[in-house]
Every structure is written in structure tokens, then in C-alpha cells.
Design a protein around this ligand. Sequence first.
Ligand SMILES: [Zn+2]
Length: 253
Amino acid sequence: MTKLLDLIGLIYSIVLGAVITSFTNVVGLRVPQKQSIVTPRSHCPSCGHVLSAWELVPVFGYLFLRGKCRGCGGRIAPTYPLFELLGAIGYGYSFWLYGFSGTTLLAFVFLSTLLALAMSDLSTMLVPNVILLYTAPVLLALAYVSGATWWGPLAGALLGFSFLATVFFVSKGGLGAGDVKLFTVIGLVLGPRDVLVALFLASLIGAVVGLALIGLKRIGRKQPIPFVPSIALGTMLTFWFSERFFDWYFDLL
Ligand SMILES: [Zn+2]
């Protein structure tokens, strides 16, 4: 019986992850441009063709359309289905790790916040305050529900903020103010040790992505690269694996 319940939970999480991510994609595209997230309905930016229900089905809608708008044949950015796929995998993996628990809920909200911000950064190079303002209290509450010490989130937020604020002032624009706020919220969830792990991984991933893009001549040397997708990836890897990594590491010693 529990096996069946777990399987249902897993499938439900995967579908939920895809559906929520198609919503956070809209949030990430529209909120930084101060547009409503409800109206108008999703449409092709080139020809205005309004998407019908089946075209809106996460991942599969894109596959059936073969990545092209049904109205004008224009290319649909593969970022949308890719994010939906990542959301589905992330939700499924979180449920697989944490089952029916507060930690799973925390992972869901955390991942979706990061995906919305990554989409926003990719489309407009902005990290909207309003997304962080709405999600930070929820994330803090869920961090406590899933067993954080009373001081963990506070120390994490303080460390994330002071570290990034220092880099912000020293680098004079190498980092956005949005990144500072984002790492403050990441600190709330991850606590003091893991916010540093996340920062390390995000910088590493960001550097690799940047060098790859320059090497492939996709961007110029001076062109700013959206950093939030790297932060999102580094942060979720930390969320899922850091505890087990440190357990394994200290077992070696
Ligand atoms: Zn079109």
C-alpha cells in the first residue's frame, strides 16, 4: 500500500512540477515587464496566435508543435519546455528523496522560485523584488517546518547578504543588486554552511557557462551573462546533495 501511495505521489509530483513550471515561465516573462500574469492569455509574441489548451500542455505541446508556432511558423524558444522538464524532474526527485514531508514542499517552492527568477533573468536580465517578497516568508516558514534550527535561516541570510554585498561593492557592477537579494533568500533556506557551498557551485557553473559561450562565439567578452540560471542550478544541487556529500566526506576522514 505504501509503495502504491509513493508511486502515486511521485507521478503526481512530476506532473505538478511541469504544470507549475509552465506557470513560473509566464511569471518570469511577464512580472519583470510589469504585465499581468493572468491576462492576456498565452500567445505567440510574433503573430499573436492565442495558444489553445493542448498547445499549452507542458513539454508535449512543444513537441507536438515541433517547436514552431501554429499561426506563423515562428520558432518557439526551447527554454520553455526545457524549464518545464527541469521542473518536472526537480519535483519528482525531491519527492523521491523526501517523500510526503515539509522538506518536499520546501524543495518545490524553492525550485519554482529559482526557475521563475532564472526565466526572468534570461528574458530581461532582471531579478524582480516582488517575486522574492512573496516567496521569502513562505520559504522561511517551510524551512522551520522541515527542521531548521531557529538561528540557521537567520545566520544563512546574514552570511549570504554580507558576502554578496561585499562582492557587489568591490566589483562595482560585476554583480547585480538582485543577486545580493537572491542570495539573502537562498541563505534563509540553506543556512550558513550551505549558502557558501551554493555560492561556490554557482560561481563555478557561471564561469564554465561563460567560458563555453565565449568559446562558442555565442557572446562577446564584455557582454553580461545572466547569472541566475547558474545560481539556481548550484543552489538546487546544494539543496539535494550537500548533506550527503558532507556525510560521505567526513566518513573518509
Ligand atoms: Zn506565431
